[in-house]
Each structure stands twice: as structure tokens, then as C-alpha cells.
Design a protein around this ligand. Structure first.
Ligand SMILES: Nc1ncnc2c1ncn2[C@@H]1O[C@H](COP(=O)(O)OP(=O)(O)O)[C@@H](O)[C@H]1O
Ligand SMILES: [Mg+2]
Length: 251
């Protein structure tokens, strides 16, 4: 599926009036205050906003790791907020990849073993090993299969985390501040990698970021302020799309 901005691609994600509040010191604190948007398959959307505005909270809800207090999240046509845990776990495992800000790699496992983890659920070991190697090759780490996280640079650890997120061939890839801990050159390589994954795998990308370089490369920006979209329309475009994507050509 190629990126398409005529609005004809199927919806990858729809958020409908999503709220999230958390009890803090006996009081409910509102974190997300009614967020709605639609993202089409193959889009690259940057989620921006000041620190504490709710970006990580929203990503967690989109990933099905956290639940909204009210509202709904539809991923590839399935309402994940209405699913029993078992069905949700399956969608989370098969359709959604997430790259956490702190990578969350397991220190005692090699790169290859870390990437195999999401496949342990239902597959035999030979399959997991082959797929993990393939994913590590995709992110340019085919020569680091047996390194453990502490033997890898920050950028390489990030790429292992990305390989782990794509090993199940998700349709939706979420990343939280993926360039936040990287120098600017490695950050640019990361963005090149994301765009390549989009072209080769057709994934939809949602990236929470402070980094203007990420927002610059995205198709559009959803900007959160105080738990609300700065421009709360169904398909909020805060910064207009400057460069149309020609089918198959990745900028
Ligand atoms: N577990 C929690 N308990 C209480 N408050 C939380 C919790 N997690 C996040 N928050 C609060 O929610 C708000 C949004 O946090 P977060 O989603 O991490 O923002 P961002 O990723 O944009 O920096 C912040 O004010 C934060 O303090
Ligand atoms: Mg955050």
C-alpha cells in the first residue's frame, strides 16, 4: 500500500473522543481531554506537544497497552477498546509494533533473542530465529545478531527495538521519541529507516516527538496541548503537507 493523500486509503487508526484521567493523591487528573482523529494506512504522522502534554499516554492507548477512560480507538477496523483481553493481546501482538523511548531491551538477551520475543507466543523456534534475523537485516544489523544491548550503541539499540517492533509484520508502528537519545546524524538515519519501512512494509507510522526534524519529515503533525489537539478537526493538519508523496517515491 503506497502513501496516499487523496484520502482514499483505508483508515489505519481512528480515535473518537478519547479521554484519559488518572487518580493522583485522591483526585482525578485529566490527561487527555477528548481527542479525535483519523489516520490512513501508509501515513507518517508526527505527534508533537510540550513535555507532559499526553503524547506517551496517547501512544500507550493506541497500542492497546493502556485503556482510555472514555472514547474509542479503532485499529484497522477493530474497536480495540471493546475487546476482551485475550483478543486485544492478539491484535497488540500481530498488528501493532511499538518502540519505547527507553528501548526496553532485555539486557541478558542477544539482539536476535530480543527480536524473537514477540514471536514466542505462537511459533516454533526455527521460525522465530529466521524472522528475527530478517528483521535485524531490515534495520541494518545483520552483523550484530549475537551482541547484547550493552555491546551496542544507542542508535543500534534503537534499531534492535525497531526490529522487535516489526518482526510480527504489524500494520501500525508507534514510536515514542525515537530520536530523543540519538545524535542528529543517527537521528537522520533513523528517519530514513522509518521512511524505508513505510515504503517496503506499507506500515502506518505514528511518532511522538520533540524533534522538529521528525515533524518536518512527517506527512502531517498532530499537536497536543493540555490533552487536546491544537486544531481539533477530524484530520487535523497543523502544518500543511509541503511535499506531496509520489506513489512509491520516499522523500
Ligand atoms: N502513571 C501516572 N500517574 C499519574 N500521572 C501520570 C502518569 N503517567 C503520566 N502522568 C501525567 O500525565 C501527563 C502526560 O504524561 P505523558 O503522556 O508522559 O506526556 P508526554 O509524553 O507528552 O511528555 C503528565 O502530566 C504526567 O505527569
Ligand atoms: Mg513522553
Amino acid at each position: 500500500m503506497q502513501p496516499n493523500h487523496n484520502g482514499t486509503n483505508p483508515l489505519a487508526v481512528e480515535a473518537i473522543n478519547v479521554t484519559r484521567s488518572l487518580p493522583v493523591a485522591g483526585e482525578e487528573i485529566a490527561i487527555l481531554n477528548g481527542i479525535s482523529f483519523k489516520i490512513r494506512q501508509g501515513e507518517f504522522v508526527a505527534l508533537t506537544g510540550p513535555s507532559g502534554s499526553g503524547k506517551s499516554t496517547l501512544l500507550g492507548i493506541l497500542a492497546g497497552i493502556d485503556s482510555p477512560s472514555s472514547g474509542r480507538i479503532i485499529v484497522a477496523g477493530t474497536d480495540i477498546t471493546r475487546l476482551p483481553e485475550r483478543a486485544l493481546a492478539r491484535i497488540r501482538n500481530e498488528k501493532i509494533g511499538i518502540v519505547f523511548q527507553s528501548f526496553n531491551l532485555i539486557a541478558t538477551l542477544t539482539a536476535q533473542e530480543n527480536v524473537e520475543v514477540p514471536l514466542y507466543v505462537s511459533r516454533e523456534p526455527g521460525y522465530a530465529r529466521a524472522r528475527a534475523r530478517e528483521a535485524l537485516e531490515t534495520v541494518g544489523l545483520g552483523d550484530r545478531l549475537y551482541h547484547r544491548p550493552h555491546q551496542l550503541s544507542g542508535g543500534q539499540q534503537q534499531r534492535v527495538a525497531i526490529a522487535r517492533a516489526i518482526v510480527t509484520q504489524p500494520t501500525l508502528l508507534l514510536a515514542d521519541e525515537p530520536t530523543g537519545n540519538l545524535d542528529s546524524k543517527t537521528g537522520v538515519q533513523m528517519l530514513d529507516l522509518f521512511n524505508r519501512l513505510r515504503a517496503e512494509l506499507g506500515v502506518t507510522l505514528i511518532v511522538a516527538t520533540h524533534d522538529p526534524a521528525v515533524a518536518e519529515r512527517a506527512d502531517r503533525v498532530l499537536h497536543i496541548v493540555d490533552g487536546q489537539l491544537a486544531q481539533p478537526t477530524a484530520e487535523a493538519v497543523v502544518f500543511p503537507v509541503r511535499r506531496p508523496v509520489v506513489a512509491g517515491v520516499v522523500r
